[in-house]
Write a protein that binds this ligand. Sequence first.
Ligand code: SF4
Ligand code: SF4
Length: 435
Amino acid sequence: MSFVETVREAGILGAGGAGFPAHVKYRRRADIIIINGAECEPLSSKDETILRNRAADIVLGAAALRDELGAEEVVLAVKETRARELAALYGGVKVHPLAETYPAGDEALLVYDVSGRRVPAAGVPPDVGVVVSNAETVLNVARATRGKRAETTWLAVAGAVAEPFVAEAPLGATASFLLEEAGGATAPDYVVFDGGPMMGEEIDAEQYGVKLTTGVIMVLPKGHPVVVRARLPLQHVRTVAGSACTQCRDCTELCPRYLLGYDVTPHLSMRRFFTWGEEAEPSFFANAAGCTGCGLCELYACPMAISPRRVQNHLRGRLRDAEKAEGLGQVHADRPGRNVPASRLKKRIDVAAYDRPAPSRNLRTEPRCVIINVTQPYAPTPTILVKEGDRVDVGQKIAAPGAGDDFGVPVYASVAGRVATADAKRVVIDRTQAA
Ligand code: SF4
Ligand code: SF4
């Protein structure tokens, strides 16, 4: 089996958040491989934990990638405060220190900061000879070369919880189970997110099983400003944009993608969306295509507390590939001075009090059941291989890519038990009926 097939068969999706299938990324040659350890989302510390505790495996995974992709250089990109310590663990790997700013982990920013190359507006890093993989993805590649499958995910449980921690959890462990592991929430009314305060999404903790892309399960009090903002209906955002957006451009002038020369102009999106709404041709909003949803415009830049990110996300979802902006302007001369320090961001969004150490540990108990998501961001129609009542073992394949699907990867059972339900979206396995 080729290296690319081995990675695919192991069920590896990029663990950095977008869930891009790793085997597709590794089909092309590259001269630089960047291990992305930037971990910029506030309250997340799982990459830091993996980088410290799994250095030997990550070096092994990076070496396999270097050999397969024909790369000349492997670079570990980490925040400058961790660079010296990690350099001692990663002999033979160049460590690139990144400023303590948000969002340092965006692939386009990372490629530029490490190599000086810019990813084309409608392109991907391999277009400029660079492959970027999250630290956990590289760890999973190392495991795949030893025949192991992606049945677990590393994550932090953070925010308003009694005992924050970082652990390796079976895929599909519910957020409510993990919350119990963290000693419960410290707020009487709380909301749970998959992801951090900048890019996370609210979830139903009882019904949500963690995925390969889950990096942090975050809990915040119901009245927290991040929660309030995230819950605003889009129609409300549009109405407020019409009455309160002053077209000051702050959202655009602080947008990391705009500062790197991409045609991302949230202030224009706000004006156009307010004026034209859903009636405009999607191509009218091509300036939203390069938005990464980092949230800076919304939670940091806008003086009127409006939500340009929400509008950008919505507009981006309407664009077809052919409608995406292709131009790439100059890097903004003021870019270094406009990068947002992570410490200032935490204070601005009011999460500094939750920025507590999250020790690495094993889970104390095992989940009673797992809810395994079988759809993937780039492969939404898998073939389900099990049915209700089936008994499954750990590592058994429970879903496979649909016919003709080049992007999907197989999904494996993370616990032994009986299948409680199996449909086109998820497989629920009851571990209490394992025997
Ligand atoms: S920062 Fe706020 S007020 Fe200013 S242009 Fe952007 S959305 Fe409008
Ligand atoms: S969320 Fe806002 S700041 Fe971030 S990339 Fe999109 S437009 Fe730019």
